[in-house]
Design a protein around this ligand. Sequence first.
Ligand code: P6P
Length: 307
Amino acid sequence: MTVSDPVVEAVVATVSRSATEIRQGLVGRRGAVGEENPSGETQVEADIWADELLADRLSAIDGVSQYASEEREAVIDCAGSDGGGASAGNDGDNGDESAAPRDGYAVAVDPLDGSSNLTSNNAMGTIVGVYDAPLPARGEDLVAAAYVLYGPITTMLLATEDTVSEYELTGGERRLIREDVTLPEEPVVYGFGGRVPDWTDAFSEYAREIETELKLRYGGAMIGDVNQVLTYGGVFGYPGLKSRSEGKLRLQFEGNPVGYIVEQAGGRSSNGEQSLLTVEPTDDIHERTPVFVGNESLIDRLETHLS
Ligand code: P6P
């Protein structure tokens, strides 16, 4: 099933094809490169390689105006949006209302989310957000978002303005395996990041309640944990900490796209006070935010605890 907007379809198809290569190329790229990403996290070879592969391909799509990555300091302005890149099957001149906005879509990517899990051979992901506004943008400016989960099989969860679908990625292609993905009514699992002593008292109170009701599922890579929540129902969170009130996760690369996917699947997102998608970004593309996604009832309770 393809996406109606040809530029979004080109982005999604490019990420699908690239994900197959990323997975195959992980072996032998576990080593640290002796550099840190703009958020101060140690980069492994696979981080750099996945970013370069996605940057080359996504920035060349006609209708993509910007590329930004968790692994790069600055936003890249792409030639693609003025027809300088590979065609997405629509140059926007034929009056097709589904063509990208005149100045093109901005694509924000976390090329290999949870790459530290490579060492322990646990789940990781690739996250992509397609914004119809220059970056940094509001989550409400998203027109599509997807994540790839490198699990026992490689899957993609894709949210557009219409629906959420799950695909198996194999051989560079994507095969639809689940339509109209919606969060199960009854929550089952939870996962919270950060160290318990570093949690605020208000969040600790909430966590203690949730721990008596749900089963712990926390694997250290957001996409693996969020996929558990989307599959079984529940809540994932990386809260603001005593040591760092803004928490760890990035608004543009993690909070917004994952918040969009979970909200499109009938759940809620929050920074502890409001939907992540309504947060007014600063001009820092690597801005961090507390992130919570999951069943509406659990997020509502969280916001009550933190208010
Ligand atoms: P911690 C991975 O580095 C990441 O950005 C998210 O994917 C994940 O949820 C979180 O950080 C894990 O952080 O502090 O538990 O190692």
